[in-house]
Design a protein around this ligand. Structure first.
Ligand code: FA5
Length: 355
């Protein structure tokens, strides 16, 4: 029996010497030292021996067990250290290497303009507010002094929302994609917080697509309502904005105009940046402006009927409103000379990356 134990010890030690990996180590532990391993199984055979032989072989068995366990512990230490070293070599990281620069984009030109415009108005106390881009035609037209079926509505070339050729209607009329941000005027008045100094910037939709017209574009709507607001304040805000946004070298002109929701009404024009107000580019007619001037947008003193629709007494309160196109405004600024407004939304990175 002693020989059996000594042979097992010799075999185990020889196997341990050859072990290189953690998997081999575990397999050897199970085979020799496991609960049902070779050593444990052989020890069970001691029970069959008579007492003196059992005492003799038992001593050998215990010596062999201690030797095999010690050898295993040493092997384990060697293999674990080796594995750690190998992993370290494999996963070594050179922290001094330059990193991989992530591709960072930037906000779209229009968003940049919206942020800038918001900021300019914020300095004179105009607070940015938001109003629905899908709204009832009451806010887009009726509340703005354009009764149902009034021909003036046609100018806004409106998209109606509906299904199967039927226009959807709700609490306050037909549902439209807002053709202008002026739907925010009465909505803002309905909040009942006076005085009002709002700038509402949002998407507008019209059935138009040309070098100067987008089916989806942005407007910024200014509204100031208080006691004793006059055209002087309107003119002051115009001047302030043009100076801050365009600089001193751009020419402006104010033309009398007509809107149903302002009285008196004006249109504000700025000299074209593509042709410098000459109406010609390389001898040909400027494709963008066709006459040297670009319209920035409309403005005027809020019509008494609109004030009434907003729950205000026109004898007590007056105000002005304006609504300008973000894209047109941004394109009019020198440095952004594009002759087709649709270029903005073609998603051509060669174009977008320039700004
Ligand atoms: C209006 O929409 C009025 N609501 C403006 C207003 C507000 C007047 C408050 C008085 C008081 P108009 O339809 O002219 O007006 O549009 C205003 C501006 O929006 C235009 O000058 C232009 O800059 C821009 N715009 C209009 N249609 C388009 C379009 N299809 N694509 C790009 N910009 C457009």
């Amino acid at each position: 029996m002693n020989d059996v134990f000594l042979q097992l010890q010799q075999e185990a030690l020889a196997v341990f010497l050859k072990i290189q990996t953690l998997e081999e180590l575990e397999a050897a532990r199970v085979e020799y030292l496991g609960r049902k391993g070779r050593l444990a199984e052989t020890m069970k055979e001691l029970a069959a021996l008579d007492e003196s032989a059992r005492r003799d072989a038992g001593k050998t068995a215990n010596d062999v067990k201690r030797t095999v366990e010690a050898s295993f512990a040493a092997t384990e230490a060697r293999v674990v250290a080796g594995a750690a070293e190998a992993r370290q070599a494999q996963e070594w990281l050179d922290v001094s290497l330059p990193g991989t620069v992530p591709a960072v984009g930037h906000v779209h030109l229009t968003t940049q303009a919206i942020d800038e415009i918001t900021n300019i108005f914020r300095h004179i106390g105009f607070v940015r507010s938001r109003h629905p881009e899908v709204d009832w035609d009451y806010y887009a037209f009726e509340s703005l002094n354009m009764p149902k079926d009034h021909p003036a509505r046609d100018e806004w070339e409106t998209f109606f929302v509906g299904e199967n050729g039927e226009v959807a209607t709700g609490e306050k009329g037909k549902i439209v994609l807002t053709p202008h941000t002026s739907n925010g005027q009465v909505r803002e008045m309905e909040k009942g917080e006076l005085p009002i100094r709002m700038v509402s910037i949002g998407k507008c939709y019209r059935r138009q697509a040309t070098a100067r017209h987008l089916p989806m574009f942005h407007q910024f709507e200014g509204l100031m309502i208080d006691k004793h607001v006059t055209v002087t304040e309107l003119k002051g805000v115009f001047d302030y904005f043009v100076k801050r946004y365009f600089g001193a070298n751009r020419e402006t002109r104010l033309r009398p105009f007509h809107f149903r929701f302002t009285e008196p009404s004006f249109e504000l024009d700025i000299s074209c940046a593509v042709c410098n107000g000459t109406a010609k580019v390389d001898g040909a007619k400027c494709k963008l402006c066709k006459g040297g001037w670009l319209e920035l947008g409309g403005a005027g003193m809020v019509h008494p009927n609109v004030l009434k629709a907003g729950g205000l007494d026109p004898n007590e309160y007056t105000g002005f409103a304006f609504g300008w196109g973000v894209e047109r405004t941004m394109m009019m600024r020198s440095g952004i000379n594009i002759d087709d407004i649709r270029t903005l939304y073609k998603n051509d990175l060669r174009f977008l990356k320039q700004f």
